[in-house]
Design a protein around this ligand. Structure first.
Ligand SMILES: *Cc1c(COP(=O)(O)O)cnc(C)c1O
Length: 379
């Protein structure tokens, strides 16, 4: 069989193994669209925006993503190491340290620039009190809310707020606000309750708010006008977190593609895969793809999950193996060894749908790709 000619514009090397194509331009476009969406509803009271780059920018690569979010007001990262990576890459605007790192002493580094720290534990306040004044250090006190992952609530929250007010007056910290992460950002009624509760809390303890994430912003951007900063992660990468359609056009920033390495023809009632996970009812052409759970494509996916072969719609057949998965070619006579199989992020194969086939969410797929996948950044 002659090799498929390479007309993709990509180096041939990328066509021989599972490849992740990443589009920083899509991230910039999504950022602009999200901002316009919030501005359309919140008007001149529109808050500032943190681009959330934790977990290696949701698997898109921290440093390349940084260059795509230049129009954000700041970036949010998950660890001190990521914070220094951003500064080393030339990011000079504010950085929000979301992480659950306990130690606040490293924040005394005067070369660190404007840092916003999410404080979630009373013990951190005592260490904070020992720092020198006039650092550009802003504190967001994390309210546990209904999520209850970390943060304070009730009397402990009010007490921490009062202690931090003292540090604000002593100029040890330069700002103090309330931060909450919603438990029900995808559920309009419960989201409304969570928002009402945080407004109640703010009445008693005045200060700026940072509460909205991607789904809250997409579903009901009006509320952002009550807040000073919003945080968006998943939507920046072109993923729609809502159960229904997204109100704005989001562009996928990541495509997972892998080559066909073999074609098999099954006779009627012949089996395919470990433990005969698929049995062909008819004579059927099947494509063997060089990708599997050893690259991060979920093993939970079974027959019927959508994919595309050379841009044409098809489905997965049988069980996903470590380095192999199978696709239906019965309707694709032109498919051949070297054909490119799109597993998500192009040709109408949406990562949200693939995640649903695996019983998970798109963010897990993005962050779960292994180091074996070749990464290629498109210009
Ligand atoms: C990850 C994270 C976000 C981003 O949420 P998205 O739903 O991806 O927009 C916002 N806030 C906190 C505290 C987070 O941990």
């Amino acid at each position: 069989m002659p090799a498929t000619p390479n007309t993709t514009g990509l180096p041939t090397l990328l066509l021989n193994a599972p490849t992740l194509l990443i589009r920083p331009k899509a991230i910039s476009t999504n950022l602009a669209a999200l901002r316009a969406h919030v501005h359309a509803y919140a008007g001149s009271a529109a808050p500032r925006l943190w681009a959330v780059l934790k977990a290696d920018a949701y698997g898109h690569g921290l440093v390349p993503t940084l260059s795509a979010v230049g129009l954000a007001d700041g970036v949010a990262v998950g660890s001190l190491a990521e914070l220094y990576d951003c500064r080393a890459a030339g990011w000079t605007k504010p950085i929000l340290l979301l992480g659950l790192e306990q130690d606040v002493l490293p924040l005394a580094d005067p070369s660190i620039g404007q840092v916003h720290f999410v404080l979630h534990d009373e013990a951190q306040i005592h260490t904070l009190a020992q720092l020198p004044p006039h650092l550009d250090l802003h504190i967001w006190l994390r309210h546990a809310g209904q999520l209850n992952f970390s943060g304070l609530k009730g009397q402990a929250y009010a007490q921490a707020y009062q202690q931090l007010q003292v540090l604000l007056k002593r100029k040890i910290i330069a700002g103090l606000g309330h931060l909450q992460h919603y438990a029900y950002a995808e559920d309009p009624v419960r989201l409304q309750n969570e928002r009402a509760a945080i407004l109640e809390l703010q009445k008693a303890l005045p200060g700026p708010l940072c509460t909205e994430n991607s789904s809250a912003l997409l579903a009901s951007p009006q509320f952002a006008a009550h807040t000073q900063w919003v945080r968006s992660g998943v939507a920046l990468y072109g993923i729609n977190p809502l159960p229904g359609p997204s109100p704005i056009d989001l562009q996928a920033a990541m495509t997972l593609r892998a080559p066909l390495i073999a074609i098999q023809t099954l006779a009627p009632n012949e089996h395919l895969g470990y433990q005969a996970s698929y049995t062909s009812p008819h004579r059927r052409r099947v494509g063997i793809v060089h990708c599997g759970y050893g690259f991060g494509y979920p093993r939970q996916i079974g027959s019927g999950c959508p994919c595309a072969v050379d841009g044409k719609a098809s489905v997965i057949l049988g069980r996903v193996s470590m380095d192999t998965l199978c696709v239906d070619l019965h309707h694709l006579p032109h498919a051949r060894v070297g054909s490119q199989v799109s597993l998500w992020g192009e040709h109408g194969i949406h990562i949200e749908d693939v995640a649903a086939c695996a019983g998970t969410i798109a963010a897990q797929l993005c962050t779960g790709l292994t180091a074996r996948v070749q990464r290629h950044y498109l210009p």
